[in-house]
Write a protein that binds this ligand. Sequence first.
Ligand code: WT7
Length: 576
Amino acid sequence: MSGPTVIASPRDERFWADARAELEGLPHGGGLNIAHEAVDRHRADADATAIVAIDRQGRRTTLTYAELRRATNRFANLLESLGARASDTMFVLLPRRPELHVCVLGAMKARLVVSPLFPAFGPEPIRQRMALGHGRVLVTTASLYERRVAPIRASLTHLERVLVIREHDEELPAGTIDLSAALSRSSDRYEIAATRPSDPALLHFTSGTTGTPKGALHVHEAVVAHHSTATTVFGLQSGDVFWCTADPGWVTGMSYGVLAPLTVGATLVVDEADLDADRWYGILEREHVNVLYTAPTALRMLRKAGGDVASSHDLGALRTIASVGEPLDPATLAWATSTFRVPVLDTWWQTETGGIMIANRAGVEVRPGSMGTPLPGIEVAVLDSDDRGVPRQHDGHPVAAAVGETGQLALRAGWPSMFRAYLGEPERYARCFADGWYLTGDLARLDADGYVWFVGRCDDVIKSAGHLIGPNEVESVLLQHADVAEAGVIGVPDPVAGEIVKAFVVLRAGAPGGERTTRSILAHARRQLGAAIAPREIVITTTIPKTKSGKILRRLLRARELGLPEGDLSTLEPEV
Ligand code: WT7
């Protein structure tokens, strides 16, 4: 395979074979199954705690690996008794509770394909995803069913079985099965049938910040990357307490809030409630959390609550904080590092990559603003690209950009957790690859030491007076200003410059506001960025529109700015 000549990290060919050898595999050469690696293989330490769950009211329950094994066995048996078969799709619409973990892992034992739905989704995004994914089975709560699914049930033609959890002794909705009653009739012994590493396991819908939802399909072999990244990035070992704050409706919450930590025998913290600084510090302290995996938005919200809240808690168990999903701006990184006194590690990946691909790691120098370096086993290139990130062909092949040049970030195809399809859209899938490279849709730069610097989504770059500007570099600088809590930057059309940079900022509580503040932020941006890149205009606003996973919806900022239709906002369903 020819291709880019300059690469960040030539792949270690043996790496994935060695990583696979760390896992057990099914008995008798029966292949590889995620649920076996996450649950059943922990026989020696079966009494260790697999899950600590905290409900909205703060009540705490735990589940040992042995209990998780029996519960997932019951669920797998139940699915089979209901006629569900390998490769049927099961959707999960559940709050963050251990029942979710049981259903996901039990379904994987029965070799169904699991597709999680974010519990804040309204009926339309649920309908759209379940129709695209041909959902045969749905697990949800009675109240979510009544509010979100009953109104669309008739249109879900593939849906055969709905299993519901009754939380408050509500009536069983018509046409559903009571989950706990059905489970109590199921055996807690189950043997996982032969599973090929290439058998489908997970379907993650991603609408990203642009376009219609795509169903990224992942296979059981992905567990090799989950397990490997849990150790290489987080240094996780059995007995460690790991808290991933993302909802399993997103890939982060599934890969790292359910699967990866269990494969190493760690204890998962599962909190049902949404972000609240006091609550979070309390959980970190009481549960002796060793590793926290969260989003920069969440760190900024903790920062808003003030550093003194952190210092009133004993966070002595905390070893590492890591973040994902959006740039970890240097100001937030510096705050978190000095407040928590642990390494704060930015990590990069996507729904399509299934697991972390580029990251900072403990023991490796952190360069503030950089996402770190490619993980072992991952080969990265920044491709010589046009302004919008389209790779330029040289003799029919993409080539690497020079060090320091911005281009589209690409990964050499073939890592275990790589998505294997966009469901029902083979052309769209094929368009993601060129010459054996997976094109990420992100723009980035490499420095001479192989650190990767995020520039922006290809769709979001701004071209102003000949300069190519990533919104993130501008936002990071705005966030350094003492009065700025959140920032979102877009390009707006300009007859002279093509586009000009426009910024929306949310002020920190107590900031004076008004003309003086705007001028001070503008002056700071000009000083740091220069006049060519600094925003021409700054608008003070109360919120920056974001996806549920914390990404700035620049598409929406642009649409509002230009008076265009706002498009598919399914990721923005109101929280009910
Ligand atoms: C996109 C993927 C992977 C889990 C969550 C989201 C952006 C991700 C970083 C980072 C800057 C980042 C990229 C990427 N992104 N991590 N560390 N710094 N940007 O998965 O919804 O598929 O989004 O999130 O643009 O392509 P996703």
